[in-house]
Design a protein around this ligand. Sequence first.
Ligand SMILES: Cc1cc2nc3c(=O)[nH]c(=O)nc-3n(C[C@H](O)[C@H](O)[C@H](O)COP(=O)(O)OP(=O)(O)OC[C@H]3O[C@@H](n4cnc5c(N)ncnc54)[C@H](O)[C@@H]3O)c2cc1C
Length: 392
Amino acid sequence: MRKDQFESPDYYMVEKLFSEEQIIVRDATRQWVKEYVSPVIEDCNLKGVFPKELIKGIAEIGGFGAILPAKYGGSELDLISYGLMMQELERGDSSIRVMCSIQTSLVMNNIYEHGNEFHKDEFLVKLSKGELIGSFGLSEPGHGSDPASMQTRHKIDGDHYIINGSKMWIGNAPFCDIALVWSKSNDNNNYACFIVHRDDPGFSTAKIDKKWSFRASETGELIFNNCKVHKKYLLFESDSINSALSSLNIARYAVACGSIGIAMECYDVALKYSNERIQFGKKISSNQLIQKKLVDMITEITKAQLLNWKLGLMMDDGDATFEQISMAKRNNVSVAYNVARNARQILGGMGITAEYPVMRHLINLETLITYQGTDEIHTLITGRNITGVSAF
Ligand SMILES: Cc1cc2nc3c(=O)[nH]c(=O)nc-3n(C[C@H](O)[C@H](O)[C@H](O)COP(=O)(O)OP(=O)(O)OC[C@H]3O[C@@H](n4cnc5c(N)ncnc54)[C@H](O)[C@@H]3O)c2cc1C
């Protein structure tokens, strides 16, 4: 792979909207990505393995639990800083951003918001240091967009719960130390979230090896065969699936921010390439058809940067609705997809090689379209919100 020469496009000087602290977080993350992620990521992607040697470094830059109080190992970042961190990490690769996202927003934040002091003391600091790696199991083989119909079940047995079922497509599953797992009660159909340990009896994991997207993120299955979990590891119970869905808010915001990191990089690479590549005796950037692509790319990136900034402000104020988060997730992934497609085309044959990051990002975007709620489901969430009528 060529040396990482990323320069961030900022056509509307959005940076002026950020505080000094937010810029420090962004720049420190960008520097770390250039130094540690870019040199190894193409290889990890081709091999289909996560660069586990980076886990310690991610913890050191505050990537695990960044938004949590210092007492629990967090860095007390505001949501705009967190979004900028996710933007920069996903610019490096989706696998790095999703590792932080799962650990921070799906595992640590859930334990912080719903756990008792015992849960917080046992897990949060270790998770922040990367001494424990978590996963979050909601989706199942038969139920992805419709998690309310989940079939994983639990019942009480003395001091323990017995869980049966399985969770599919779970990030970090192959090597997680703990898993936050959603299940339904045999007694009253209530939903419950458990903290399952890797060595709990009846718990096992499997890796999904043959996948073309998110290759450097290890994805797998969580399997519960009369799995025995001590009662003290029940995180919380609810009669509504909305508790599970609301725990996805920060993770979806992270996708909205991360996908723009991808778009910024693909644009930067394509712009530079178009000014270097000579065909018909002149730079390809001098062609109107190439300029049109680049103009469309930077216009959409600029709009999405502003959307992220405004959403970050609303999230910091506690004002953002999950429907507003849906809109940003859907829009920004779609923007990044179109930008990456155009960049791939501007690079011609070179666009499909691992010399450039574009094709890797493009195939990662295939996952971003689907996970954390598919493009279609986010369309329906916004549709329901503006019309008052649910189409799903
Ligand atoms: C790499 C990867 C990592 C993932 N990581 C995790 C994780 O860590 N934890 C976790 O819990 N899950 C994870 N997921 C699962 C992800 O959230 C689901 O894949 C997603 O919710 C879609 O579910 P599904 O794949 O079962 O597709 P389905 O729900 O079967 O959908 C198939 C298609 O039908 C469409 N569709 C479904 N219902 C409707 C409707 N009512 N109207 C219109 N269209 C509809 C969908 O939009 C989609 O296009 C991950 C997925 C991937 C690919």
